[in-house]
Design a protein around this ligand. Structure first.
Ligand SMILES: Cc1ncc(COP(=O)(O)O)c(C=O)c1O
Length: 396
């Protein structure tokens, strides 16, 4: 038996301070920019939000970027803007966060799950095509962990069947394919700027599109579906009227100031995420039973998650792995409990376990190790050491 016992089996934890799987990386620039907005005229949506939207649109190469309060509200606005409603079927992945389904669920449309392609853990185009019916309106692919779904194939299917595509790109801000940023495909893409994502605004999200009509719809719905300048009331500046059922999903200049600073640091963040991944890839290359993430040749990923898979040959189950890492003060996480396991999808839409075998087999093995730019080299070493000694312990 090795002397270097994992903490879960009586050894001393590899670290005493907790390390999460993700988190924000903020500096003086962000603090100054946020403080400056507090002295400005606007603390709600104002010129900083405009600046953030312009910067993101330029970065992604889209005509319109509309900031909102979260990735979740970006998705809801997108579903409304695309006109989803009762009777519509929207095909998406069960291996995602629940918000990916909200464009369907919140409009009365039906989320229809299709299985994943296990290598990238994104929607399998063939499984999507098999689910298409006369009621299908749209596909919502999700770029799991930051690796793109099969964009070309999914667009070809959408073209063949005249479907809209709403890309849930919440994990993939900063990923490029052959140099082109993910998120500028038709019809629109949504992003999240939650603290664990690739850049943050505290809470925040964004809809990106080249479609003028969709953009106008999203902008209006974001702010009460209010017409602030209706025709024939030019000399009545107070005359502002609601044209439909909207929301208050306005993001503030305080958050946008944070967003602008973080966007400027994206190359630095991307490089650091890639360095951390390279160190993990190298350390785990010869570890039996641990599968590191796959990256396709044309993809330059900005990975939000470093999700590995723990097979039986590692020597312990995924459950034991997670709890053993937590005992080391390393708070790995599982992304995600498949949505068809959740009571809401079972009770509301009749989903059952066993329906999506690839999703379920990935779920049985998957674990996200810590990945965020603020990790130090010591943090990385502690993760590697914790994994290695757990592997050794079970090999003995
Ligand atoms: C794939 C995916 N879509 C949407 C969201 C929602 O983003 P937000 O937390 O900004 O509402 C998340 C958040 O974790 C996510 O992982």
């Amino acid at each position: 038996m090795s002397e270097d016992r994992p903490a879960a089996y009586g050894g001393t934890a590899v670290r005493s301070d907790p390390l999460g799987y993700g988190g924000q990386t903020l500096g003086e620039g962000e603090k100054t920019a946020v403080a400056e907005t507090l002295d400005a005229d606007y603390i709600t949506r104002g010129p900083k939000v405009d600046e953030f939207e312009t910067d993101v649109a330029e970065f992604l190469g889209v005509d319109h970027a509309i900031a909102t309060t979260s990735g979740t509200t970006a998705l809801q606005l997108a579903g409304d803007a695309l006109g989803f409603g009762p009777g519509d079927e929207i095909i998406t992945t069960p291996l995602t966060f629940v918000s990916t389904t909200y464009p369907a669920c919140h409009t009365g449309a039906t989320p229809v799950f299709a299985d994943i392609e296990p290598e990238t853990r994104t929607l399998d185009p063939e499984a999507v095509e098999a689910k298409i019916t006369d009621a299908t309106e749209a596909i919502i692919p999700m770029h799991y962990a930051g690796h793109p779904a099969d964009i070309d194939e999914l667009l070809a299917i959408a073209d063949r069947h005249d479907l809209s595509v709403l890309w849930d790109a919440c994990h993939a801000f900063g990923t490029t394919i052959d140099g082109d940023p993910v998120g500028n495909e038709r019809d629109l893409a949504t992003f999240s700027f939650h603290p664990v994502k690739n850049i943050t605004m505290g809470e925040g999200g964004l809809v990106a599109t080249d479609d003028d009509e969709i953009a106008a719809r999203v902008r209006s719905l974001r702010s009460f579906d209010m017409n602030y300048e209706p025709d024939s009331h030019e000399d009545e500046p107070w005359y502002q009227v609601t044209e439909g059922l909207g929301y208050n999903h306005n993001v503030t200049d305080i958050q946008a100031a944070l967003g602008c600073e973080q966007l400027a640091r994206l190359p630095e963040f991307k490089q650091r995420r890639q360095e951390i991944m390279a160190q993990y890839d190298e350390a785990f290359a010869d570890l039996s039973g641990l599968r590191t993430p796959v990256v396709h040749d044309d993809v330059d990923p900005m990975f939000h998650l470093y999700a590995v898979e723990i097979a039986d040959s590692f020597g312990c189950s995924r459950k034991e792995f997670v709890n053993a890492m937590h005992a080391e003060n390393i708070y790995v996480q599982v992304h995600y409990v498949p949505l068809h396991f959740h009571p809401f999808f079972r009770d509301e839409y009749g989903y059952e376990r066993g329906q999506f075998p690839f999703t379920e087999s990935v779920y049985e093995r998957i674990v996200s190790l810590p990945l965020f730019p603020g990790m130090t080299d010591e943090d990385i070493s502690s993760v590697v050491r914790a994994v290695e000694r757990l592997h050794e312990y079970h090999a003995d």
